[in-house]
Each structure stands twice: as structure tokens, then as C-alpha cells.
Design a protein around this ligand. Structure first.
Ligand code: 13P
Ligand code: SF4
Length: 332
């Protein structure tokens, strides 16, 4: 491991049990570079009465090293709602931090990098939603959580990839508007009798996968199981073995224990699930989410040291946006 500074040696000792969880995906040399920050973050969490919520696309040193809760968007929303902490650090993207703030207004919500955005959230504005309402009077608007609070505020109810079908059907109407992810809307439309009017937003990570990619994975890896995220184009989902949220994909691997699997989604997912499932072989076509990758151990540490960057939402937006998110949570 080369020359190790005395404070790093101390940090390595204190983080040794955490390293046990990730040693199959993080080499010891890399861990030595992470140990100081991980150790400091644990101390800062105690001092600040803070928790870290991490999305499944965070890198393993964050996901396994410092997160108190790791999960999909829906799980992070539920955990934020019930968190009893003075500070919530969102190791994820901006809309996730806003959702946490909506559901836990009395906690200070920090995001380590304000520029951690999302191509779906960028694809639609509150003014667009108002125009849709005028164009389709009386049709309920179901909004994916991957949107700004201002867009949620114009919506009737939110959904995530983990509950979209259930939310659409809970409304008991023949037709809904579902925005902004066109592919998620088309994938849900295939599974329900409810007619869905979609928007043209796409996830810049999942839209890159093609049906030809899946054919190639199967040809190169006979017997492989293909799990896809429903933000992928419908033709990709059609040739996959299963489609579901990041949490459902994880659950699938952990319960069915396939011999060999490919997760058609962001790169870090495979590392995080592989760390807990050493007996499963992961084939890893890598598509990075540049927004998720803005979050690092260094800026999480900085966020806790300086209590920045705080996510706030003006009350004229927060009140209606919270209503849309809470209606979703009430559906279950
Ligand atoms: P999940 O809710 O499935 O975790 O998805 C969030 C996301 O941003 C996927 O790109
Ligand atoms: Fe947004 Fe796609 Fe990144 Fe998820 S993976 S945060 S949907 S850009």
C-alpha cells in the first residue's frame, strides 16, 4: 500500500469493518485514498446529527462507505419523510434533495453539488405543465419525481419508476397525462388499460441503450439475465427479462441469484449490488450519469463541514408540490 500517513493509518483502522463490505469492488490502494474522508464524514454526521441518503447510482465508497440509507427514489422519499435528523445530506441529484425537503421541511437538507441535475428534470417547466392543463382540461397530471418542485407544484400526483403503474391506476380515470419521461410513460402504457399522454423528456443515460445492445450482451454471454430500468426505450424493455426501478432490479438479483446478469442502467448499480452478491457475475456495459457523479466523498465532507449547499423551496411552490408527493406516498 506504499507509505501511509499516521492519520490515514488511524482512519484505515477505524474504517476496516466498512471496507470488509466493499473489498470485492474497491482495491485496498483506492480505499487508502478514501479512508480519511470516510472517517471524517462519520465523525461529522455524529457532530451534526446528520444522515446521508444515497441513491443506488452513487459510487460504492459513498453507497457502502458513508450512507445511512441507500435506495431508489421512492425509498429515499420514504426515508426522508420519517428521518429524525437535524441535517439530511442527499447523495443524489437535486430533485431528490427537493423531494426530501418537501417531505421533511424541519430538517436542513444539503446537496454537496448544486449542479447535480437530471436531463428529465430539465426537460419540462412549470409553464409547460400549465399549457398541458389548458390543452387537456380535466385530465389528471401524473408527474415523475425526476422533476423540479415547481413542476410538481403544477401536478396532481407524483410517481416513481417503482410505483408508476399503481399511481396511474389509482386515479380511476380512463386517461392521464404522464410526464416528463416519454419512455417510462410508454412502458407503463403497455401494462395498463389507462390511456397515457406522454411528454418528450428522456433520461440521457437510459436513452443510450438499444435493442441491438441487448442482442449483443446475449450473444457474448450465453444464458445471461437482462434487467432493464423502465427509463430505457420500450424496444429495450421488450427484449429484456425484467424491467423495474433500481430497487426492484436489486431485489431481483438478491432473490433469484442469477449466475450471470447485466443491469441495463447506470454503472455504479452493478458495483453496489455486486459487493453484496459475490456469487453473481455482473457484465457491465458502462453508462455514467454525469449528474450523479458530481457527488463525491470530498464534497459530502465539505457539505457537512460548511453546512452547504442548503436546498430551500419557496412556500408558494412547496405547498402544492408537497401535496402531489404526499398523494403518491398515500397510495403506498
Ligand atoms: P429509481 O427511482 O429507479 O431509483 O430511478 C431514479 C433515476 O434517476 C433513474 O435514472
Ligand atoms: Fe436523471 Fe437519468 Fe441521471 Fe437518473 S440517470 S438522474 S434520470 S439523468
Amino acid at each position: 500500500m506504499g507509505i501511509v500517513q499516521p492519520h490515514t493509518a488511524e482512519a484505515l483502522r477505524r474504517t476496516a469493518s466498512i471496507y470488509e463490505r466493499v473489498k470485492s469492488v474497491i482495491p485496498p490502494m483506492e480505499w487508502a485514498a478514501f479512508a480519511d474522508d470516510i472517517d471524517a464524514i462519520h465523525r461529522l454526521k455524529r457532530e451534526r446529527n446528520a444522515i446521508i441518503l444515497a441513491h443506488n447510482y452513487q459510487t460504492p465508497e459513498i453507497y457502502h462507505g458513508v450512507a445511512d440509507i441507500a435506495g431508489d427514489s421512492l425509498a429515499l422519499a420514504h426515508e426522508a419523510a420519517k428521518a429524525d435528523a437535524d441535517v439530511i445530506v442527499m447523495a443524489g441529484v437535486h430533485f431528490m434533495a427537493e423531494t426530501a425537503k418537501l417531505l421533511n421541511p424541519s430538517s436542513k437538507v444539503l446537496i454537496p453539488d448544486m449542479k447535480a441535475g437530471c436531463s428529465l428534470a430539465e426537460s419540462i417547466t412549470a409553464a409547460d405543465v400549465r399549457l398541458l392543463r389548458q390543452r387537456y382540461p380535466g385530465v389528471p397530471i401524473v408527474t415523475y419525481v425526476n422533476t423540479s418542485a415547481a413542476v410538481k407544484a403544477e401536478s396532481d400526483i407524483c410517481c416513481t419508476s417503482g410505483n408508476a403503474k399503481k399511481i396511474v391506476e389509482s386515479l380511476g380515470v380512463p386517461e392521464v397525462i404522464m410526464l416528463p419521461d416519454e419512455y417510462l410513460a410508454q412502458n407503463v402504457a403497455k401494462e395498463t388499460h389507462v390511456k397515457i399522454i406522454a411528454w418528450k423528456g428522456h433520461c440521457e443515460v437510459h436513452e443510450r441503450f438499444t435493442a441491438a445492445d441487448i442482442t449483443l450482451y446475449r450473444r457474448q454471454n450465453p444464458g445471461i439475465v437482462v434487467l432493464a430500468h423502465p427509463e430505457c426505450p420500450p424496444e429495450v424493455v421488450a427484449v429484456s427479462d425484467f424491467a423495474g426501478s433500481t430497487a426492484r432490479m436489486t431485489e431481483w438479483v438478491e432473490t433469484k441469484k442469477p449466475k450471470r446478469v447485466v443491469l441495463v442502467t447506470e454503472c455504479s448499480m452493478s458495483d453496489n449490488v455486486a459487493a453484496r452478491n459475490p456469487d453473481v457475475e455482473f457484465v457491465r456495459p458502462c453508462q455514467l450519469c454525469p449528474h450523479m457523479k458530481r457527488i463525491t466523498l470530498k464534497n459530502i465532507r465539505h457539505a457537512l463541514e460548511t453546512m452547504t449547499h442548503e436546498v430551500t423551496i419557496p412556500s408558494d411552490i412547496a405547498v402544492p408540490a408537497r401535496r402531489a408527493v404526499e398523494r403518491m406516498m398515500a397510495v403506498g
